[in-house]
Design a protein around this ligand. Structure first.
Ligand code: DC
Length: 677
């Protein structure tokens, strides 16, 4: 095939759509069970083996993700019949093996950022010969492949670099591969080079043994063990001595075993198991059970569960599952120390985040391969952990993370570098006392499109009881009583609007100067002492309650920019063990995921009477008519503004307290709270 014959636009996976960012609520704990999606490493190896083998193969439980889709598309482009779609309602995918003879000896393949597709397909196509181009996303063109190309060229394969030497894109032509001497391949950059050779060399069906010699140390051995285990299912038994010398016996051929089931992804299990442990810090540790992996798993990353156990986690194993049940008896935090992560490179990223919650610093060693993964993971991890306030040190192949004291946590927007594992492991930071925003959450589609839904299903967010309602309906009194009864924190959100108004009055910022008010609110110097608000360190409680400030607060509260600026301050009050928040938009805007939302009302006349009595008892002279008029005006303004207008959330429970005294109102809401699942 000449370049002119090649398709101008090789098949690309559909562009991802979805939100740009995901705000994770702070978590108290996690409990439940998760059926893991199929393992990426197993799925892509089995797809290739099934395609190359003799006979048809049914693959059950295959992962449906970006990386497996590019593999399926590539196989189809090569003329392999693949029937069905991965992940489709329990139906298997059927692959018609080509028995080592591809239907189309020429194609241009776009393989995204899937290392598990680029490396083994390069080896297979080079050994089979033809006229192929292998390319991927820009990051793939920065991920090394030179060691594999060198090994293949040395046995007579014809491969050219189309860009920088040592990296994709590649052009593969017809060569004359023959293995007379032992093949040599380096094993210290990526074990995928060795795996790629082992998966495809049986295609040569040589009458003599094929020997592959690893030069230098071999990293990520469990992934090579996985390759060997899967080859065995296809009838090829590779012998090895000390993970250095591998022998494919003479006459080996890939033969389909007929039907195979893909295990759950052990790397993805790490997030849920860690969640089942971290919740214990707030007293709600698990159990979280992952279904689809167990002690017999062929994936190296199941060892993560043992490492976590070694750090003090209570981990249990069963047939087809692993469970995390918080910490071992007598422990209040995870341990730190030095961890050799050579055998669990992917799951070790999870440990870099759990290290924030440990009792001493954690040193992850043996992670040189992080440098050449979806992104430079050592750099990415170092940068993002520091955003949270953590002390972190990094070297060429190690990372040291210090625990983060509760007072030192900072809310942060976490960049994910188009790396699914960055997005997934930082979801665990939501166990800390900070607000966590995950940028480009859709990048998890590489291996786990439903990750954040599954995470939300086991997550137990810090609970919020939201009370909204008009002026003088008794929200403040009710909220304070509920917080005291339930032992939760209290947020009177109106106080923040009043504080912003007072600051504007003091600084001479006009009450309709939206940009000026927004800037002022973003820098509002507030603090708390014994539940009272401090402005610039001064207790301004009485001034905040004045009519002048209340009137100013009501005016600035109509400005969207100002409201937006106060959001973070309000959400920052959502910390363990939970929050009772009162205001106008607690259930609709600030805490839309509140566990219970109450919309408190009473007829204007009732509210006016209460407010009138209150003012008189404070020695403020007024008339009932004046109070009623003011109240109606404020109601109208609250209900008619363009943002966060006073309205009941659709999932709120209405409560008219005109006929109820305070005790009865409190009792009613407490009952609702306790009845909530
Ligand atoms: O509840 P309060 O009177 O302390 O509130 C002062 C002003 O702030 C009031 O006019 C409405 C406004 N506010 C708001 O718009 N949204 C909130 N969540 C709380 C108060």
């Amino acid at each position: 095939m000449t370049p002119a014959d090649r398709p101008a636009h090789p098949a690309r996976p559909a562009a991802r759509s979805g939100p740009d960012v995901l705000d994770l609520p702070p978590l108290l704990g996690a409990a439940g069970q998760v059926r893991l999606p199929g393992s990426k490493s197993i799925s892509n190896r089995l797809l290739l083996l099934a395609a190359l083998a003799e006979g048809p193969t049914e693959l059950h439980g295959l992962l449906d993700s970006d990386d497996t889709r590019v593999m399926v598309q590539a196989l189809r482009a090569l003329g392999v019949a693949v029937d069905g779609e991965a992940g489709s309602a329990g139906l298997p995918l059927r692959v018609q093996g080509c028995g080592g003879r591809l239907g189309r000896p020429g194609a241009e393949l776009f393989l995204g950022n899937a290392g598990t597709a680029v490396r083994p397909l390069t080896a297979a196509l080079a050994l089979l010969g033809g006229d192929y181009v292998v390319r991927g996303v820009p990051r793939m063109h920065q991920r090394p492949i030179g060691d594999l190309v060198d090994a293949l060229r040395a046995i007579g394969c014809a491969i050219d670099y189309l860009g920088e030497a040592g990296f994709p894109p590649l052009a593969i032509r017809q060569g004359r591969p023959r293995v007379e001497q032992p093949l040599r391949v380096r094993g210290d950059v990526s074990s995928q080079f060795l795996s790629a050779l082992l998966l495809s060399l049986p295609l040569l069906a040589q009458p003599r043994d094929i020997e592959v010699q690893v030069e230098g140390p071999l990293i990520s051995r469990p992934y090579v063990a996985l390759t060997l285990a899967l080859l065995e299912r296809f009838g090829v038994r590779v012998e090895h001595a000390d993970w250095q010398r591998f022998v494919i016996p003479a006459g080996s051929r890939l033969r389909s075993p007929g039907s195979l089931r893909v295990e759950g992804d052990a790397s993805s299990a790490s997030y849920f198991l860690a969640a089942g442990v971290l919740g214990a810090l707030h007293g709600q540790g698990g159990p979280v059970r992952v279904l689809g992996v167990d002690a017999h798993s062929v994936q190296g990353d199941v060892q993560f569960a043992r490492v976590l156990h070694g750090l003090g986690a209570d981990i249990r194993w069963g047939d087809g599952w692993i469970e995390a049940c918080g910490l071992q008896a007598g422990r209040s935090r995870l341990g730190g120390g030095e961890i050799d992560a050579l055998a669990i490179p992917d799951a070790a990223m999870t440990l870099a985040v759990t290290a924030l919650f440990a009792d001493s610093p954690t040193l992850l060693r043996g992670i040189a391969s992080w440098r050449v993964k979806e992104t430079d993971r050592i750099h990415a991890m170092h940068t993002e952990l520091r955003k949270l306030g953590a002390r972190v040190e990094a070297g060429e192949d190690w990372l040291r993370v210090w625990p983060l004291a509760p007072a030192d946590w900072r809310s942060a927007s976490i960049a994910t570098y188009d790396d699914h594992r960055m997005a997934m492991c930082f979801s665990l930071a939501s166990f800390g006392p900070a607000d966590i925003r995950i940028e480009d959450p859709g990048c998890v589609a590489k291996t786990y499109p439903g990750y954040f839904q599954d995470f939300a299903a086991i997550a137990r967010p810090v609970p919020v009881l939201a009370i909204d309602g008009p002026s003088a309906c008794g929200k403040g009194t009710l909220a304070a009583r509920l917080a005291a009864e339930l032992g939760l924190r209290l947020l009177d959100s109106g106080v923040l609007y009043r504080a912003a108004a007072l600051q504007a009055l003091r600084r001479g910022v006009a009450l309709d100067d939206e940009p000026g008010l927004r800037a002022l609110a973003l820098e509002l110097p507030i603090g708390w002492r014994d539940g009272r608000l401090l402005l610039d360190g001064e207790d301004v409680g009485d001034e905040l309650r004045s009519e002048r400030v209340g009137e100013a607060a009501s005016r600035i509260a109509v400005l969207p920019g100002l409201r937006q600026a106060l959001l973070a301050l309000q959400r920052a009050q959502r910390r363990a063990p939970g929050l009772v928040a009162d205001g106008r938009d607690m259930g609709t805007v600030v805490f839309p995921d509140a566990r219970l939302k109450v919309f408190l009302t009473a007829a204007p006349a009732t509210r006016a009477e209460r407010r009138y009595k209150q003012l008189i008892s404070q020695g403020i002279s007024t008339t009932l008519e004046n109070v009623l008029r003011d109240l109606r005006e404020r109601d109208a303004r609250d209900a008619s503004r363009s943002v966060a207008a006073l309205a009941a959330a659709p999932d709120s429970l209405p409560l008219d307290n005109a006929q109820l005294d305070v005790d009865a109102t409190v009792a009613r809401v407490l009952q609702w709270w306790r009845d909530k699942p």
